[in-house]
Design a protein around this ligand. Structure first.
Ligand SMILES: NC(=O)C1=CN([C@@H]2O[C@H](COP(=O)(O)OP(=O)(O)OC[C@H]3O[C@@H](n4cnc5c(N)ncnc54)[C@H](O)[C@@H]3O)[C@@H](O)[C@H]2O)C=CC1
Ligand SMILES: O=C(O)C(=O)COP(=O)(O)O
Length: 409
């Protein structure tokens, strides 16, 4: 992998101090500026080759297009839905995250939500603080023997399952990628969503937000659930349709909800937050000292490794961009650039031959580059190294974290 030059990095959110320290120790100038507005970020980003964020900074195409020098966006956390990855990829900007750094913390908050829902702990605390002693009002139910449906059996889904099994819950689930025989090894029986809905006392979602997961729980699917089902969303706002959830809470079809995430953060519409049977947090899943230390350290080390040309870890657009970082690809890229320059010169001319000659005479460097690259490749071919090169590239392709299941091994 060829080194990339990044001298200045902007950290636009509260990221663990170890991130700044590691970057600085490696000769990078780091600036921390929090709570920038979109316009401020558009103006600021021009000066940096790197940007480190968490979930609150929305890196839209507009910001990416204004980022003339940006080479890397580091997400100190899991979800990259706040980054327009397509726009970054088109601009050749690497986007990397630290999935796994906050898995345990997000799983533990999910478990805290499930336990709190079963015993109304937050509501009872509020009642106590209000000077009341309401023992009847907060009658709960045991988790022991109840069925927990887990939608999304990735890193967090798995950790939630094993923890809640220790409370005696039966764990069932659904995931289109994790093989049922694999989830069975950690005690989760997989089934279709149609089979899952009517069996669950509790449902928790742990998927990314994407078209196939938006509104997974909606009016129709709530109707298929047991009356009084309790739901938890510590993944992304919108996986449980917020309007449908409010309707289900009002009708009693849903007996309670634990929400850490919202479609809009912070939510302007307070109807869900204010509902008596809703317990909620301001996106705290990853907000532990341990998770932040891991994510801050990992993102800094990943960036440094990439800059030093050591390895490319955690890049979510690696499949598209990784090859452009390999030394072998550099020869091809430069050859392509030189040929492109020649072709551009030909196509803009009425007399291509004259223009070609003019191009070579006036652009000796480019001509020499083209010659050098053609010569390099003739030598390579002569040494029968093409097959070796292809094998090497194939091995690197396989090593990319492109497959969710492989990534989690
Ligand atoms: N509240 C918070 O602060 C945090 C939230 N998260 C969020 O939690 C979610 C899960 O994170 P991880 O477990 O680390 O991700 P992961 O990638 O390990 O697991 C996601 C799983 O969802 C599955 N999936 C995809 N489409 C699905 C569908 N239509 N139905 C069912 N399953 C589907 C995938 O196959 C995968 O196994 C992400 O959205 C992440 O951003 C993560 C950390 C902290
Ligand atoms: O890692 C994730 O996906 C999260 O949602 C955590 O977000 P945060 O880093 O706490 O802003």
């Amino acid at each position: 992998m060829a080194p990339v030059c990044v001298r200045r990095i902007l950290i636009s959110e509260s990221v663990d101090p170890c991130c700044k320290k590691i970057l600085q120790e490696n000769g990078i100038e780091v600036t921390e500026k929090q709570n920038l507005t979109k316009d401020e970020l558009v103006a600021e980003i021009k000066d940096y080759e790197g940007l480190v964020v968490r979930s609150a900074t929305k890196i839209t195409a507009e910001i990416i297009n204004a980022a003339d020098n940006l080479k890397i966006i580091g997400r100190a956390g899991t979800g990259v839905d706040n980054v327009d990855v397509d726009a970054a990829t088109k601009k050749g900007i690497i986007v990397m995250n630290t999935p796994g750094g906050n898995t345990v913390s997000a799983a533990e908050l999910t478990c805290a939500m499930i336990i709190s829902l079963s015993r109304h702990v937050p509501q009872a605390v509020m009642s106590m603080k209000a000077g009341k002693w309401e023992r009847k009002k907060f009658m709960g139910s045991e988790l022991y023997g109840k069925v927990l449906g887990i939608i999304g059996l990735g890193r967090i889904g798995k950790e939630v399952a094993t923890r809640m099994q220790s409370f005696g819950m039966k764990t069932i689930g659904y995931d289109p990628i994790t093989p049922p025989e694999v989830s069975a090894t950690w005690g989760v029986e997989q089934m279709s969503l149609e089979q899952l809905w009517p069996q669950c006392d509790y449902i928790t979602v742990h998927t990314p937000l994407m078209p196939s997961t938006t509104g997974l729980l909606n009016d129709a699917t709530f109707a298929e659930c047991k009356k009084g089902v309790k739901v938890v969303n510590c993944a992304r706002g919108g996986i449980i349709d917020e309007d449908a959830l409010l309707r289900a809470l009002e009708s009693g079809q849903c007996g309670g909800a634990g929400l850490d995430v919202f479609v809009e953060e912070p939510p302007k519409n307070r109807a869900l937050v204010d509902h008596f049977n809703v317990i909620s947090c301001p996106h705290l899943g990853a907000s532990t000292r341990e998770a932040q230390a891991r994510c801050g350290q990992e993102i800094a080390l990943q960036i440094v490794d990439m800059l030093k040309g050591r390895e490319l870890v955690g890049a979510v657009n690696a499949q598209v961009l990784a090859h452009s970082f390999s030394p072998e690809s550099h020869l091809w890229i430069r050859l392509g650039e030189a040929l492109g320059a020649v072709l551009r010169s030909c196509t803009t001319s009425k007399q291509p031959y004259d223009q070609l000659m003019f191009f070579f005479q006036s652009n000796l460097v480019c001509g020499l580059q083209l010659f050098t690259h053609l010569y390099s490749w003739v030598i390579l071919l002569a040494q029968f190294r093409v097959s070796t090169l292809l094998k090497g590239t194939a091995a690197r392709c396989e090593a990319q974290p492109c497959d969710l299941w492989v990534q989690r091994q």
